[in-house]
Design a protein around this ligand. Structure first.
Ligand code: PHE
Length: 339
């Protein structure tokens, strides 16, 4: 009997576990109804009277040892999650999440689009890889026009090129709908130029087209004045200088009063007080005909501007390359509120 106590004591002493299930099994097999220790208690009556006292004492010590063992093992179970949890301080503010910002070209494009959508222009888009018809021929470019030259245009083959302007989108709109047409086409365009601070092989444009009965040059001028005031401020003035584009007749170049020096003269406006911002003109009747619109009934105007150029005047960024270098130090300076 004493031998049993000794053996069980040994077992209890050596028992180790990190699983709550195993600890519970241990409890049942030693202290449960049919547990080894419980059975020894049941055998108490069989112990000779002379040994009863010592047997009872040792049995009680064994039971206490088993109970202690269970308590320590269980508390070490609870300890572990507690100690790893206590390393976390839920009151520390979280790591700030970096929120991206809109690209300056996108900000300016959206502003231009909003200004024109307020007077009824919708937005149309078209492919950046264009055929000769939509980029040149329909727009009245003569066969030998220098803009078709390999130096200006990225040709993919004889007939397919990267569009050099978004006027190609307007050809598509005219081909697919009848007047009244009021649309602007923002998008990326490509020209085969050496990359420098003032030129890039791609840039962005917003071109506009309005075709209806009795559309006049005066309508165009008023629309462009409305746009420049909304874009650069109510004080802005415009002037139109005669120019040439194959697809418009008459054509003009639009200047705005210098927003940087208030027309006093600075190095951005080259001390002239004026800044060139876009081309415009009355749509050439040949172009209307090419797009199956009757020039005897309808007339229209078109205009086109570079988004980088407008952005340059709003943000006073003079190096075009910055817009496509993706330098976060540059890009982070622009927010939708910063104009
Ligand atoms: N398509 C011309 C360009 O890319 C801009 C323009 C559009 C000029 C419409 C006049 C009328 O330079």
């Amino acid at each position: 009997m004493f031998e049993d106590i000794k053996n069980i004591n040994h077992e209890v002493h050596n028992f180790k576990s990190k699983s709550s299930q195993e600890i519970e099994d241990f409890r049942i097999s030693y202290l449960g109804k049919k547990g080894k220790i419980t059975l020894l208690f049941n055998k108490f009556k069989e112990v000779p009277v002379s040994d009863k006292k010592e047997f009872g004492k040792q049995l009680n010590i064994l039971k206490t040892a088993a109970l202690d063992k269970i308590t320590t093992l269980k508390s070490s179970l609870n300890d572990r999650p507690k100690s790893s949890k206590s390393n976390l301080d839920y009151t520390i503010p979280g790591q700030p999440t970096e929120i991206g910002s809109r690209h300056p070209i996108t900000i300016i494009r959206d502003r231009i689009t909003n200004i024109f959508s307020q007077i009824g222009f919708n937005v149309s888009e078209g492919p950046e890889i264009e055929d000769d018809w939509h980029n040149f021929t329909a727009l009245n470019f003569p066969e030998e026009h220098p803009a078709r030259d390999m130096q200006d245009t990225f040709f993919i083959n004889k007939d397919i090129a990267l569009r050099t302007h978004t006027s190609s989108v307007q050809v598509r709109v005219m081909e697919n709908s009848q007047p009244p047409i009021r649309t602007i086409s923002p998008g990326r365009v490509y020209r085969n130029e050496a990359i420098s601070a003032r030129a890039h092989c791609f840039f962005h444009q917003v071109e506009g087209l309005y075709i209806d009965k009795d559309v006049s040059f005066a309508d165009m001028k008023q629309t462009l004045l409305y746009f420049t005031k909304a874009m650069f401020g109510n004080e802005t003035k415009i002037r139109l200088r005669p120019s040439y584009f194959p697809f418009t007749e008459p054509s003009a170049e639009v200047d705005v009063s210098c927003t940087i020096c208030n027309s006093k003269g600075c190095n951005v406006c080259k001390y002239s007080g004026w800044l060139e911002i876009m081309g415009c003109g009355m749509v050439d009747p040949n172009v209307l005909e090419n797009c199956k619109i009757d020039p005897d009934i309808y007339s229209g105007y078109a205009f086109g501007m570079g988004i980088e150029r407008i952005a340059q005047l709003i943000y006073e960024v003079n190096d075009l390359r910055l817009y496509s270098e993706n330098d976060l130090r540059f890009l982070k300076q622009f927010t939708t509120e910063s104009y």
